[in-house]
Design a binder for this molecule. Structure first.
Ligand code: JBE
Length: 238
């Protein structure tokens, strides 16, 4: 396990069940069951103090939309900090730094992450000022809230925890860990609707197969994502 002591992730949201259900499946679900990561989804409404459990309000100065009130978020964050001080507090927002594989690799080394999900209009700015330590975006499009962004981040990070992904499908061999797109993959049957599997893959020459995969990955990257090759070592083309 390379010294990894297990990770704790707290998610602050008005849809805790969405977070829990999504993380009960697949590799993240397995990592949770194996105790590699402890994910806690906190309902912001549990930290309100009015009968209606109000988490949002109209923006000062007018305008459409609603803004998350600061108090429930601050209360939830303080509760987590009392139990477990000094985690990174990450707000998911299109205004944040864009998530990529390098960032996911770094985050996977953290012992504790706190993810704050708001609605698109946002949260009271004073929460960002006082409590948020990092702002991360998963892409330049509008989501209705931060939940799916948090789930994307959690999936990308959790699969990097040693033991989450089996050795046979080592996460270190993922496309993007080497800065390239993936090569094409095939399984049986050898001919499907008249389309054959490339000959080299059927031959069993592992040196030739490895070379073919490298070349295909490079070709794909050059065609679809030349930006990934910028600044990379040109030697890897050979
Ligand atoms: O990327 N994000 O983290 C977002 C959060 C909330 C809304 N839209 C997003 N793109």
């Amino acid at each position: 396990m390379k010294g990894h002591r297990g990770m704790r992730i707290d998610v602050l949201t008005i849809f805790p069940d969405l977070i829990r259900q999504a993380l009960s499946c697949g590799i993240p679900g397995r990592a949770v069951d194996a105790g590699l990561v402890d994910v806690r989804a906190h309902d912001l409404r549990d930290h309100t103090d009015d009968l209606h459990r109000t988490v949002d309000d109209a923006p000062y100065g007018g305008g459409a939309g609603i803004v998350f009130k600061p108090e429930p978020i601050a209360r939830a964050l303080r509760g987590i900090a009392l139990e477990r001080p000094s985690g990174k507090v990450i707000f998911l927002t299109p205004e944040g730094k864009r998530l990529d594989q390098t960032m996911a690799n770094r985050l996977s080394l953290e012992a504790h992450l706190v993810l704050l999900c708001g609605r698109y209009r946002g949260i009271d700015e004073r929460i960002r000022e006082r409590y948020v330590t990092h702002e991360i975006s998963i892409g330049d499009y509008v989501l209705s809230g931060g939940e799916f962004a948090a789930l994307v981040l959690i999936d990308a990070v959790v699969r990097l925890i040693p033991g989450a992904v089996g050795d046979a499908e080592s996460a270190l061999e993922d496309s993007f860990q080497n800065g390239l797109l993936d090569c094409p993959w095939y399984t049986r049957p050898p001919v499907f609707e008249g389309l054959s599997v490339p000959e080299v893959l059927l031959g069993g020459n592992h040196r030739l197969i490895a070379q073919w995969r490298r070349e295909e990955a490079m070709k794909r990257t050059r065609e679809r994502r030349p930006d990934l090759l910028e600044g990379q070592d040109v030697e890897r083309e050979r």
